[in-house]
Design a protein around this ligand. Sequence first.
Ligand code: FRU
Length: 496
Amino acid sequence: MTTDATRKYQELYRPQFHFSPEEKWMNDPNGMVYFNGEYHLFYQHHPFGTTWGPMHWGHAVSNDMIHWEHLPIALHPDEHGDIFSGSVVVDWNNTSGFFNDTEPGLVAIYTSAGKYPESDRPCQTQSIAYSINNGRTWMKYEGNPVLSNPDVIDFRDPKVFWHKETCKWIMVIASGQTITIYTSTNLKNWEFASEFGHQAGSHDGVWECPDLFELEVDGNPEQRKWVLFVSIGDNPRFKEGSRTQYFVGSFDGTTFVNDNKKETVLWLDYGRDNYAGVCWSDIPVEDGRRIYIGWMSNWRYANVVPTKEWRSAMTLPRELSLKTSEEGVRIVQHPVKEMDTIKKATIEYKGLTVESASPVRIPLKNQLNEIVLTFEQCDAGKFDIVIQHSETDKTVVIYDFVKKMLLVDRSDSGEVGFSESFSIVQEAPLKPVNNKVKLQMFVDTSSIEIFANDGQSVITSLIYPSDGKKELVLISSEESTTIYDLNITPLESIWT
Ligand code: FRU
């Protein structure tokens, strides 16, 4: 990071504990891989503008997924096209032949977004590149593309992993309205294996950015299931814009089988601003975590959000697990434990009661906070947790005791006029557990992420508030609400 960067990271709305590009446009996270002690994050990047344009892969590294060092652009457009989303793997056994047998290296598998020869018709194919110096520089394979287009317009975002049971590389790739699966022994020759998704889940938009991985259910190593992430693009007919769904099922090295009925739709996040998320590859077995990051924006308004020098940030890195609930096996997600590295001393409040006619006001000294509170389920009314960012701007988090829903209203949160969709209230189903509701909220300069009931429901939401006097205001609408505990932890900026 240059010395200039400290000043750089002071701009209006600049996220202070979320990754954002040093400057210009960013969308999807790409090629996340852990190798030689570093977490790599590549990302869709337009280095010449703050709106989407010819895609490159930007690059950053970290040793804790929280503090980042920006590196030069990793992949530039070439004769095969712009560099769309994809993944990176460690080729431990030199299956590709790019390395020598003692020192493994990295292979990137990405979409080349080009044109058919002598034509203006878009053509998406898959290409590879490799690095022998920890991702610092990349060589494109001379045999690119390694997977040609099967005559579908949208054929992109390959996510590749090693399947040890069949000793093969598996690629999941978005193909219009389905996910196709290919296999390979060397990352260069790919064979079609199967297709998933006809009529399954949501088809509200084009399918993009898949990921497929295995997780234990309820922490039991004997009981494992496969999870398939599928992001679905913006469609003006639906108010939510772009969002990510997931499927739970089984995978045998060839075919993914959905455990749920075709019409079941499972959302990864009930907020508007978590898209195109995929997991890190090659996290060491001793660590064992499955960690993902999403793009904290929405195609509905990503190009017009009110930031100047850069556009977009990533969500916090989140650890995934599967838990059995009344509805079935579902994903739960937690911010990674490395978040502790930026936590300052917690201020604890115990045994607060919020009477219906008298709001409780708690001053917030810091701009960046983790706020965790647990309150009792009431029979009627609503409980509002108002994050007052300044005299004029507030984000209202509401728990509706009757409907058992968590809502986030950002209509008065600051700058909202850049898109009509931005002010629509976000809603997540949330049943109390043992008569209690627990919310863990991370408030950055321009986002709020809420992990409810230990990550069972999540709402990720951008906000653009002005800076000023801050407080937390708790309002109980009908009955009094008992708060068991409220912890406020100021957070440090990752850029200082
Ligand atoms: C998802 C996406 C991908 C594509 C990339 C282009 O947000 O549309 O499908 O590869 O963005 O930037």
